[in-house]
Design a protein around this ligand. Structure first.
Ligand code: WQD
Length: 330
């Protein structure tokens, strides 16, 4: 298939391009480089041995989206592009609503104009909110989101539901990621956020490599295995393969799938594993809880296995090893 990957130079987008290329799909990448680097394109060519048509466009500009579809016969779209920093979204809600919603609406309108009806949407477990449970299944529906970033994901899911209700010739697959971490084994691509990382794993990597002094563990008084927050960490290569399975196997219509390991890991369990696997020390201190955090959440990934034939294969040890390998290489 000829697939347009929006945000294709980003953390998850770039790893998905690799797995799609491995399955001989033809890929077109659009990325505005707001939270990614042009060097990733060269890394993708090195890893896959293939060249990719690349547009450095902002898809919040509809004329740019139209030119991509006019110049290429596209079979399907995987839509990653969007701002995704929780903290930044609280400070700049208008920027998040304007960019994330406008780019999606542009994409949907132009896809419809060009008769392209197959879409995979990059959503997030954050849309579940805190429903007072630990394990989440797709039929639980969306909860109350705690930040504008999460709210844009929930809003876009609702937009997709309404678009499908009005015209069920669409084939829409919504993938709810839990916590994407790790890196490709080559060490050429990985999670390299601009500035000080919001997320745990990139922060741990930078403390281990001395770029940052000390990890703040946000609370150890939760009702969890060791008091620290518990999440479902999924290797980004497993996550990328989930997109390949989705684009090849998803049933017609509108479908939602959790992409997670189905296991909960605490902050300290992850830190300890990182230290042991890599023989490095991660300095940390316990501080107060971070507002908006839930104590524990992880996926029930059964539906993705039953309907897509996908489940995670990599371990927490693989995650820690591959993440550290990327950090050392960059
Ligand atoms: C994980 C755990 C923190 C940083 C968010 C978004 C989600 C997705 C992934 C984009 C929690 C603790 C963290 C630190 C810490 N985003 N922590 N010290 O909040 O589960 O999910 O990022 O795709 O949509 O909601 O991820 O990595 O920020 O936190 O103690 O410096 O690590 O309290 O328990 P989160 P996270």
């Amino acid at each position: 298939m000829r697939i347009l990957v929006t945000g294709g130079l980003g953390f998850i987008g770039s790893h998905t391009v690799v797995e799609l290329a491995n399955q001989n799909h033809e890929i077109i990448i659009v990325d505005n480089l707001y939270n990614s680097k042009i060097e990733v394109l060269e890394s993708l060519e090195k890893i896959t041995g293939k060249k990719f048509k690349f547009y450095q466009y902002d898809i919040a500009d509809k004329t740019k989206v139209e030119s991509i579809f006019s110049e290429n016969k596209i079979d399907a779209v995987i839509h990653f592009a969007g701002y995704k920093a929780v903290g930044e979204s609280v400070q700049k809600p208008l920027m998040y609503y304007s960019n994330n919603l406008r780019s999606t609406l542009n994409l949907l309108e132009v896809m419809k104009e060009h008769g392209v009806n197959k879409l995979i949407f990059s959503s997030s477990a954050t849309v579940y909110g805190d429903q007072g449970v630990r394990k989440y299944t797709e039929d639980m529906g969306r909860g109350t989101t705690t930040n504008p970033y999460g709210t844009t994901k929930a809003m876009i899911e609702k937009i997709l539901e309404d678009v499908y209700t009005a015209d069920n010739s669409w084939n829409i697959t919504i993938l709810r990621y839990f916590n994407p971490v790790g890196a490709h084994e080559s060490g050429l691509i990985g999670d390299n956020p601009n500035g000080i990382p919001n997320n745990l794993m990139p922060y741990v990597m930078r403390v281990a490599s001395g770029k940052l002094e000390c990890l703040s563990v946000f609370g150890n008084d939760y009702q969890t295995v060791d008091g620290t927050g518990v999440r479902d960490y999924i290797h980004v290569v497993d996550l990328a393969k989930g997109h390949v399975k989705a684009i090849e196997n998803a049933p017609d219509g509108l479908n939602v799938y959790n992409l997670g390991s189905g296991k909960g890991i605490s902050v300290l369990e992850l830190v300890n594993c990182f230290e042991q696997i890599n023989g490095v020390k991660v300095n940390y201190k316990i501080v107060g809880r971070r507002p908006g955090d839930v104590a524990e959440n992880y996926a029930d990934p059964t539906k993705a296995w039953n309907e897509l034939g996908w489940k995670t294969e990599k371990t927490l040890e693989d995650i820690c090893k591959d993440a550290w390998n990327f950090e050392k290489n960059n």
